[in-house]
Design a protein. Structure first.
Length: 163
């Protein structure tokens, strides 16, 4: 996939917005990506690779989706979040993750993930709808990796056009 448009590292032991909780690096830091990744793994941080400006060969046409490769350390839960305008299609590369959709007025609790969530393993896929709060958790003792394709919401019908 080439050099990502952005590399991000997240320290889940800190609160969102706290200094050092989130770091983002653009392609101008590509020479340091390997060191940043190694350091994040040692510290037990989440790592995300973003491919945002996806175009066809020769940059002739922009493709309307984003790819995010996420590596979640053991015993980590992402912050509950949602997306207003995109569908997320996530394919598990390695490990086992728990996905949880938080619908309704129930209070979000750790136990809800186990009771109402579902395990997804390598080779399996999850599709998240826009507007639905959700989270991903890694309850295993090793890192888990998944690739997410964020696709713009559209009312257009998909037509098979292979000729």
């Amino acid at each position: 996939m080439g050099i990502p448009d952005k590399l991000a590292v997240l320290d889940h032991s800190k609160k969102e917005g706290e200094a050092g909780q989130y770091g983002a690096f653009g392609p101008e830091h590509a020479d340091a990506f390997e060191t940043i990744i190694d350091d994040a793994r040692i510290k037990g941080w989440e790592i995300r690779w973003y491919w945002i400006n996806i175009t066809t060969k020769g940059n002739r046409e922009r493709v309307p989706f984003k790819i995010i490769r996420t590596e979640i350390p053991p015993n980590t839960i992402q912050k509950l979040h949602h997306h207003e305008t995109v569908h997320e299609v996530s394919v598990i590369e390695d490990g086992e993750l728990w996905f949880y959709d938080h619908e309704g007025d129930e209070e979000f609790k750790f136990d809800n993930i186990i009771q109402n969530g579902y395990a997804v393993r390598a080779g399996e896929m999850v599709i998240e709808e826009p507007g639905i709060p959700h989270t991903v958790a890694n309850f295993s003792g090793k890192r888990a990796t998944f690739i997410t394709y964020q696709v713009i919401r559209t009312d257009e019908e998909f037509v098979e056009d292979r000729k």
